[in-house]
Design a binder for this molecule. Structure first.
Ligand SMILES: [Zn+2]
Length: 164
C-alpha cells in the first residue's frame, strides 16, 4: 500500500464519492500497458485501482484527475448486479462504440462530481508525457473545457467545500 495514494483516495471518496464508502477500494502503483495510465479491476469483492509507475512524478492534481475517473467507473459499475456487470465488461472489451459511450458517461459523472479541472490537468499531463489518447479514452480536451465553462455558470461543484 502506498500511503500517499491511499490518503488521496480516502479523501476523495469521503468528500465526493460517499456512495463508495461501503465498498472496499484499494490503490497501488504498478506496471501497466503502454498508453494506460490508470486501471481498475474487481477481485473477490474488492475494487483495485492501479496507477501506472510512469505517474510517480505526477503532481497531486493530475493523480486526482485519474483517480476520480476510476472512482466514477467504479461508482457506475457498482450499481450493476454481478451478471449485468459481467455483460458490461464483456461489451467494453469487444466494442469500441460501447467503450466510447462508457468512457464518456464516466467523465461526465467525474465532471459532475467536481473533478473536471483535475481531469483536464491529467489529460494535459498525459499528453505532454507522450501518452496517446483518442475519444475511446473519454472526452477530449475542448469538450471538457466547454463543459466546465457551463458548469461554472450553473452551479458550484461538489468538492469545492462551499457550504450550501
Ligand atoms: Zn476510463
Amino acid at each position: 500500500m502506498n500511503p500517499t495514494l491511499d490518503a488521496i483516495l480516502r479523501r476523495m471518496v469521503a468528500r465526493s464519492f460517499p456512495e463508495l464508502k461501503r465498498h472496499r477500494v484499494a490503490i497501488e502503483y504498478g506496471e501497466l500497458e503502454r498508453d494506460t495510465c490508470f486501471f481498475y479491476g474487481l477481485d473477490s469483492g474488492r475494487y483495485n485501482i492501479t496507477v501506472s509507475n510512469c505517474l510517480r512524478p505526477a503532481p497531486r492534481r493530475v493523480l486526482e484527475g485519474g483517480i476520480a475517473h476510476e472512482l466514477s467507473h467504479i461508482l457506475r459499475d457498482s450499481r450493476l448486479g454481478p451478471w449485468q456487470r459481467e455483460l458490461a465488461f464483456a461489451r467494453y472489451a469487444r466494442s469500441s462504440a460501447y467503450r466510447m459511450r462508457d468512457e464518456r458517461g464516466t467523465e461526465l459523472l467525474q465532471i459532475d462530481r467536481g473533478y473536471g479541472p483535475q481531469l483536464l490537468a491529467f489529460v494535459s499531463y498525459a499528453k505532454t508525457s507522450g501518452f496517446h489518447f483518442t475519444s475511446e479514452h473519454g472526452l477530449l480536451r475542448g469538450d471538457i473545457s466547454r463543459r466546465l465553462y457551463v458548469q461554472k455558470r450553473t452551479r458550484p461543484a461538489y468538492n469545492e467545500g462551499s457550504s450550501r
